[in-house]
Design a binder for this molecule. Structure first.
Ligand SMILES: O=C(CO)[C@@H](O)[C@H](O)COP(=O)(O)O
Ligand SMILES: [Co+2]
Length: 219
C-alpha cells in the first residue's frame, strides 16, 4: 500500500522567516513541500512565483509539490521545471487542452497533477486519469489558506478512488484545504494518499510536533 504523506503548505509560513520554516520542514517528519502559486486572475489572491520558488528550492531537502492556481499554465511549464518543481499540478478549470498540458509537464521531467475545484466532478477525469500522476482534490475554494474543510470531499475521494481502480491508473489522491487532525484519518480511510496542511501546521504552537501528530494519525 502507498505510504500516506503529509505536505505542509508554505503559504501559511512566515515569509519573513522563510528559510527558518523550510528548515523546520526539512527536520520534521513531513514528506513534501506544497507550494501555492496564485495569479490574482484564476483565484482572487496573489502569492509568489518563480524567483521565490527558486530561492526555496536552494534550502528545501524534500520534494517540491507545486500547485498552480493560474490561467493558461502552459506558458510557464518549462520555467517551473527550471526553478525546481518536482510535481506540477494545474487546475482542470484553467486548461483548454488538458491532455496536451499533462504531456508537456511530463516532457519536462515532472510528475503531472490535476487539481479540481470543489464544484468540479471527478467524473470529468474519466478520459485523462490514465495520464495523471496526481489528482489534487480541493477541499476549500482555492485562493486562501485557513478556510473551513468542505465535507463533500469525502464522497469525492471515494468516487475518485473507484475511478482510479476502474481505469487501472496509478494516480495518487491529494487533499488540499482545511486539513487538520480531526479529518486526516477519515480522509485516508476514504482513499487519500497525500494531505496538504497549511494553517494547521504553521499556526500551531509547535509545528514539528503537529506534523508528527498528523503522521501518526494517518499511519
Ligand atoms: O491551495 C491552497 C489554497 O488555495 C492550499 O494549499 C492552502 O495553502 C492550504 O491551506 P490550509 O487550508 O491548510 O490553511
Ligand atoms: Co494548494
Amino acid at each position: 500500500m502507498q505510504k500516506k504523506l503529509v505536505a505542509p503548505s508554505l503559504l501559511a509560513s512566515d515569509f519573513a522567516n522563510l528559510q527558518r520554516d523550510i528548515e523546520m520542514v526539512n527536520q520534521s517528519e513531513a514528506d513534501w513541500f506544497h507550494l501555492d502559486v496564485m495569479d490574482g486572475v484564476f483565484v482572487p489572491n496573489i502569492s509568489f512565483g518563480m524567483p521565490v520558488i527558486q530561492a526555496m528550492a536552494k534550502h528545501a531537502k524534500k520534494l517540491l509539490d507545486v500547485h498552480l492556481m493560474i490561467v493558461d499554465p502552459d506558458r510557464y511549464i518549462k520555467t517551473f521545471a527550471e526553478v525546481g518543481a518536482n510535481n506540477l499540478s494545474v487546475h482542470y478549470e484553467a486548461c483548454t487542452h488538458l491532455h496536451r498540458t499533462l504531456q508537456a509537464i511530463k516532457m519536462e521531467g515532472m510528475k503531472a497533477g490535476v487539481a479540481l475545484n470543489p464544484h468540479t466532478s471527478v467524473k470529468l477525469l474519466e478520459d485523462t486519469i490514465a495520464d495523471i500522476d496526481l489528482v489534487v482534490l480541493m477541499s476549500v475554494n482555492p485562493g486562501f489558506g485557513g478556510q473551513a474543510f468542505i465535507e463533500n470531499t469525502y464522497n469525492k475521494v471515494k468516487d475518485l478512488k473507484n475511478l482510479i481502480e476502474q481505469k487501472n491508473s496509478g494516480a495518487l489522491i491529494e487533499i488540499d484545504g482545511g486539513v487538520n487532525a480531526g479529518n486526516a484519518k477519515k480522509l485516508v480511510e476514504a482513499g487519500a494518499d497525500i494531505l496538504v496542511a497549511g494553517s494547521f501546521v504553521f499556526k500551531s504552537e509547535n509545528p514539528t510536533e503537529t506534523i508528527k501528530k498528523l503522521k501518526e494519525e494517518i499511519a
